[in-house]
Design a protein around this ligand. Structure first.
Ligand code: SIN
Length: 331
C-alpha cells in the first residue's frame, strides 16, 4: 500500500490528485478548535512552564501553531515557527556552510573535482557556464555531519564523525526542551537537498543505536508531500504538506515508521515583503547562539539573491538524530 501511494504522488505522466494531502493551513483556529473536522488532525497546545533560552529568528512558543496526527501517534508538526529572517539564516547555513569539508557530501569524485566536493556552494557561485552551473547545483543531494551515516553498512562509526554545529544544536535543543525532551542530544544530521522533481523513497530510520529519542526535521524552500505510514509497508500512509519553516518531530511509535517524500511542489515565492514587515530582531536579542554576520547579511538583497534563487526551485530538509543511548560514551 505504501509503495502504491508513493507512486500515485510521484507520477510524472499526470497531475496527482492532491485532495487527500493534509494542509495544516486549512485548519483555522477558533478558540482552540479546528474549524475543519478532520479526525486525523488535532491541535496540540505546548505549555512550557520553565523559562527557555530563545534563539533569534524563532517566534515565541506561545505563538506556535502545533498539530498532532491521531492516526500516527508521536508525529508533531509545528507550522513554521521561524521569522522570515530566521528561515533565511538556516537556508544560508545549509547551502553555504554545512556542505563543506570535513562534513561528508554525496558528490562523486569521478564527476566532481576536489574543490567542488570540499566547498560546493563557493564553486557553484564561481561557475559562469550555465549548463555546468545546473549540473553542479542539482548534483548536491545530501551532506552529513556529527556522526556520519554510512549508507552502505547503515551503521554509525565512532571513527567517522565531524563536529556538530553549535547553532543547530541550540535550535534542536530549543524544540526538544519545549516538547519535554530535555535530555535530547543532537549527535547526527543529514541535510537533504531536493531539486523539484526529486524524491526520497520509503524507509525507516533504524541505524541509530538509540531508537527511542525523537527525530527533528526542519523543512525550508519549496513544499514537500511527505508520507507517514506504519511499521510495515502494508499500511496506508497519510500524506501531509511540509512547507517552508515547518518543524516535524517523529517521536514515540512514529519514530520507527515508514516515511517518504514522493514529490516536491513549487508553491513558495520570494518573501521579501514579509521580511520588511518584521521587527528588527537583532537589537535586543542575544546573538551569540548564531553566526551574527550571517544573521545580519541575509537581509541584504544582493547577499540573499543566490540563496533565494536556489530555493526558488528546491527544498532543503535538515534531519537531526540522537545516536547514542544515555550513558553510552562510544559506539
Ligand atoms: C529523511 O527521512 O531523511 C528526510 C525526510 C524529509 O525530507 O522530510
Amino acid at each position: 500500500m505504501f509503495k502504491l501511494v508513493f507512486k500515485q504522488y510521484k507520477t510524472k505522466s499526470s497531475t496527482p490528485d492532491l485532495r487527500d494531502v493534509i494542509n495544516f493551513d486549512d485548519f483555522e483556529i477558533t478558540q482552540n478548535d479546528l474549524r475543519q473536522n478532520d479526525n486525523n488532525v488535532q491541535r496540540l497546545s505546548i505549555i512550557n512552564e520553565k523559562p527557555i533560552q530563545m534563539i533569534p529568528g524563532i517566534k515565541s512558543p506561545n505563538d506556535w501553531r502545533s498539530y498532532k496526527l491521531t492516526h500516527h501517534p508521536g508525529i508533531v508538526i509545528i507550522r513554521n515557527p521561524f521569522t522570515e529572517r530566521g528561515r533565511r539564516y538556516w537556508i544560508a547555513r545549509c547551502l553555504r556552510d554545512y556542505p563543506r569539508t570535513p562534513n561528508v557530501v554525496n558528490l562523486n569524485e569521478r564527476l566532481f573535482n576536489d574543490s567542488v566536493r570540499s566547498d560546493w556552494w563557493k564553486q557553484l557561485n564561481l561557475c559562469s557556464d550555465k549548463d555546468e552551473f545546473q549540473r553542479i547545483k542539482t548534483a548536491m543531494r545530501w551532506t552529513t555531519f556529527g556522526y556520519h551515516h554510512n549508507w552502505d553498512t547503515k551503521l554509525y562509526d565512532e571513527q567517522m564523525k565531524s563536529s556538530f554545529p553549535e547553532d543547530l544544536s541550540s535550535l534542536c535543543r530549543l524544540f526538544a526542551f519545549t516538547l519535554g525532551y530535555s535530555d535530547f542530544k543532537p549527535e547526527a544530521a543529514i541535510v537533504n537537498y531536493y531539486p523539484v522533481g526529486s524524491t526520497l523513497s520509503g524507509h525507516v530510520d533504524h541505524s541509530e543505536p538509540n531508537k527511542t529519542a525523537p527525530l527533528f526535521s526542519f523543512s525550508f524552500g519549496q513544499t514537500a508531500i511527505f508520507l507517514i505510514g506504519g511499521t510495515t509497508l502494508e499500511e496506508k500512509p497519510t500524506a501531509i504538506y511540509l512547507q517552508s519553516g515547518d518543524v516535524m518531530i517523529m517521536s514515540g511509535e512514529s519514530r520507527l515508521c515508514y516515511h517518504a517524500v514522493p514529490r516536491i511542489i513549487k508553491t513558495q515565492r520570494d518573501s521579501t515583503s514579509m521580511l520588511a514587515s518584521e521587527q528588527d530582531d537583532d537589537s535586543e536579542i542575544e546573538l551569540k547562539l548564531l553566526d551574527t554576520a550571517l544573521f545580519k547579511n541575509v537581509c541584504e538583497p544582493t547577499f540573499w539573491e543566490p540563496f533565494s534563487n536556489y530555493v526558488d526551485d528546491s527544498r532543503i530538509n535538515i534531519n537531526v538524530r540522537q545516536v547514542l543511548n544515555l550513558g553510552d560514551f562510544k559506539l
